[in-house]
Design a protein. Structure first.
Length: 143
């Protein structure tokens, strides 16, 4: 007797066995620990630069573009986005999941220090910051 012949002759038994398997699966899923989930948060590095008194066009041409040209050459970048506002430039680099966050941050710091000579002299030094998803709380209770 095979499983298929028993299921054809006794369909209620087959349905009950399917429901039991689903229940065991749901119960097992609720007991699965968070540490068993894979880490799929991509490393994100942000570079912020302040240039007081400059408009968005000057920021774009003199600050954002030279920094983007240097950062764009780093291996493993998935996307590179930038925003130029009056007095502020912000560049965000998202890396592949397989890239180490510390190594990516060091690569970006090295490239920013190389591009520093091409930037205007009176700007604030560019700030490189890492975005670690594990450091941000998921839920903050309201008081």
């Amino acid at each position: 007797m095979s499983l298929s012949s028993v299921s054809i002759r006794r369909p209620v038994l087959a349905i009950v066995m399917s429901i039991v398997i689903l229940l065991f699966g749901m119960i097992g899923y609720t007991f699965l620990g968070v540490r068993e989930y894979p880490s799929i948060d991509p490393p994100i590095i942000s570079v912020s630069t302040n240039y007081v008194g400059a408009n968005a066009d000057v920021i774009e041409s003199q600050v954002t573009e030279p920094l983007e040209e240097q950062i764009n050459g780093i291996a493993g970048i998935r996307s590179l986005t930038s925003v130029s506002r009056d007095g502020r430039s912000s560049i965000t680099a998202e890396f592949d999941v397989s890239i180490d966050l510390e190594a990516a941050a060091n690569d970006v710091r090295d490239r920013v220090s190389i591009a520093r000579s091409r930037l205007p002299q009176d700007i604030d030094p560019p700030t490189v910051s890492k975005a670690d998803a594990d450091a941000i709380p998921i839920y903050i209770p309201q008081r």
